[in-house]
Design a protein around this ligand. Structure first.
Ligand SMILES: *[C@@H]1O[C@H](CO)[C@@H](O)[C@H](O)[C@H]1NC(C)=O
Ligand SMILES: *[C@@H]1O[C@H](CO)[C@@H](O)[C@H](O)[C@H]1NC(C)=O
Ligand SMILES: *[C@@H]1O[C@H](CO)[C@@H](O)[C@H](O)[C@H]1NC(C)=O
Ligand SMILES: *[C@@H]1O[C@H](CO)[C@@H](O)[C@H](O)[C@H]1NC(C)=O
Ligand SMILES: *[C@@H]1O[C@H](CO)[C@@H](O)[C@H](O)[C@H]1NC(C)=O
Ligand SMILES: *[C@@H]1O[C@H](CO)[C@@H](O)[C@H](O)[C@H]1NC(C)=O
Ligand SMILES: *[C@@H]1O[C@H](CO)[C@@H](O)[C@H](O)[C@H]1NC(C)=O
Length: 492
């Protein structure tokens, strides 16, 4: 407060000198007025002095809105299990593109349970009539900040602050994402549920392409993959956000501004490997067929990548994947490996997406390494990535036979059947005798629903069992997924 008063005093001589140029008669009047003003000021400050010692200063001099919000709610303690209602999403959109890009948001947004807004630069020309997209908010107060590359980066960085400022009740996590980020919200809740929102957390993932991490930062949550900020961290971030936006005007992206600001507070990135920025080009197949042993939280850049399923649009591919996700959220794209020792086959399942069959015995360590069906984001090179990859052989006999999800069905309360159909591309086929497995057209996989609690412990890949000794009947093979027995390992 004393700061404000000092500033007022500095202004006084300036004002007086300005008035010196007015005609003399008027000037006299003005000087009288000023003297009166000073007297009022003096009386006011004397009478205020005792008050300010005992009462909240914001009664007299209104604080900036965001500081008020912070002060009011510092006592909020969040306890009990986290569910979807505790998340507030802040989706970065723009008025011109929101209508078209909302297609991806619609796939995961559930107006009955998800909370949050898409933040636009201005009122959109075409308004959504349906309730299947998040309501929009117009970003405010961002145009006054300077920037080197793009004004929208400032606006988008400020979404976390504006989301916080809304002061919605019972928010534990602020989740930021782009309008082409696809969230798997059940798994997002599972992941965030491991952390205490009363502590300061900055949770997300970085880029798959090492060149991107080198250029930006390894310990930065890349915005497209989405990231989460705990309530406690948002409280501190809101206080310094505008200062950060001024200081870091030279950064390229919004996520880097948030990163720089959070590092002023001193909070490191908590990496969760289910957030996927997907800074890759080409086909994400290899990666999703050998997903790390963590719940799938997000996908991004889907418009820039080949369709997940062959001969389908990306939107329809995602609908297919999500149909399986709804049946068993925790299990989606989880990898399971088994061998058909009689035939000498290796079978790798990515639940709800694809099955690969190799007509050779590959070690588990190789099977869990993604086939490189993609290139780096910036330079379209064959690496390096932040994980190991296996080259995709050009010899068709070395390539796996691929099966893609055809249908997913719920069975009873907690079971599922997923059926995968052989992909008959027009690629050249392996004609070497003894390596043909053409009789197999469909694989039926049964599993029990994976309890999200599973992710709270040290995870272990599940096991599988070929039913009927792996017999193929009417072109179809049956596999059951089950928890491994404690002594069970898979060995060639
Ligand atoms: C989420 O948890 C709160 C308690 O924190 C509870 O009141 C609410 O019903 C829960 N919502 C859902 C969707 O489970
Ligand atoms: C989004 O969906 C609408 C209709 O549902 C379609 O007209 C539009 O082309 C789609 N946009 C994109 C970018 O896929
Ligand atoms: C939301 O709730 C309504 C009424 O309960 C239901 O008809 C609708 O299917 C729900 N929507 C979604 C996306 O779950
Ligand atoms: C503070 O929290 C309460 C209860 O959680 C909520 O009703 C209120 O809107 C919040 N106010 C602000 C300014 O955040
Ligand atoms: C691709 O899809 C079209 C229409 O859905 C179908 O007619 C065609 O046979 C499909 N091609 C392949 C190779 O599956
Ligand atoms: C597969 O067929 C499509 C048209 O049906 C063609 O465009 C494509 O080049 C073919 N791919 C290969 C590898 O032959
Ligand atoms: C064999 O499979 C086909 C399609 O996959 C199905 O239509 C047919 O009913 C099956 N026959 C038997 C005897 O199961």
């Amino acid at each position: 407060m004393s700061h404000t008063r000092l500033e007022h005093c500095h202004e006084c001589p300036l004002k007086v000198s300005k008035f010196c140029f007015v005609p003399e008669k008027l000037g006299g009047m003005v000087i009288l007025l000023i003297m009166f003003g000073i007297l009022v000021c003096l009386v006011a400050s004397i009478s205020l002095a005792p008050h300010s010692a005992f009462s909240k200063p914001d009664r007299w001099f209104p604080l900036p809105e965001h500081i008020l919000a912070v002060q009011k709610n510092t006592s909020v303690i969040h306890s009990g299990p986290t569910n979807i209602s505790h998340l507030q999403f802040g989706i970065a959109g723009s008025a011109n593109t929101w209508h078209d890009r909302s297609n991806y948001t619609k796939l995961w947004w559930n107006p009955n349970t998800t909370r949050g807004f898409v933040w636009l630069d201005k009122k959109p020309k075409i308004l959504h009539s349906d309730m299947l997209v998040p309501p929009y908010q117009i970003s405010r107060g961002w145009t006054r900040f300077k920037y080197l590359h793009s004004a929208s980066a400032v606006r988008i960085a400020r979404i976390v602050y504006e989301s916080f400022k809304l002061g919605l009740p019972n928010v534990r996590w602020f989740v930021m994402g782009d309008d082409d980020t696809l969230f798997f919200t059940e798994n997002l809740v599972t992941v965030l549920g491991k952390y205490d929102p009363n502590e300061m957390y900055y949770i997300g993932g970085n880029s798959e392409s090492v060149e991107q991490d080198v250029m930006h930062a390894y310990n930065m949550a890349f915005g497209g993959g989405g990231f989460a900020i705990s309530y406690a961290l948002a409280t501190q971030l809101a206080k310094i956000m505008d200062g950060c936006l001024s200081r870091y005007f030279f950064f390229y992206g919004s996520d880097q501004r948030v990163w720089a600001c959070i590092h002023e507070i001193g909070v490191p990135l908590t990496r969760e490997n289910g957030f996927h920025q997907f800074d890759i080009r080409g086909n994400p197949y290899g990666f999703l067929a050998a997903h790390p042993l963590v719940p799938l939280v997000s996908l991004h850049h889907l418009d820039q990548l080949s369709s997940l399923f062959p001969n389908q649009t990306q939107i329809n591919s995602m609908k297919k994947l999500i149909s399986a996700y709804h049946i068993d959220p925790a299990r989606i794209v989880q990898q399971i490996i088994c061998y058909d020792h009689k035939r000498g086959w290796s079978i790798s399942i990515s639940w709800g997406y694809t099955i690969q069959i190799y007509t050779a015995l590959l070690i588990a360590a190789d099977l869990q390494m993604p086939l490189q069906t993609f290139q780096t984001w910036r330079s379209s090179m064959n690496g390096p990535f932040i994980f190991n990859t296996r080259p995709m052989s050009s010899d068709p006999c070395q390539q796996p036979t691929m099966f893609f999800l055809d249908q997913a069905t719920k069975v009873g309360k907690s079971g599922s059947i997923t059926i995968y159909k052989r992909h008959e591309g027009n690629e050249s086929k392996c004609l070497r005798s003894g390596t043909n497995n053409l009789e197999l057209q469909r694989i039926r996989v049964t599993a029990l629903k994976l309890d999200p609690e599973y992710w709270k412990n040290v995870p272990r890949r599940h096991c599988c069992q070929l039913l009927g000794g792996g017999s193929i009947k009417n072109g179809s093979m049956d596999i059951r997924i089950k928890k491994c027995r404690s002594h069970e390992t898979i060995t060639i």
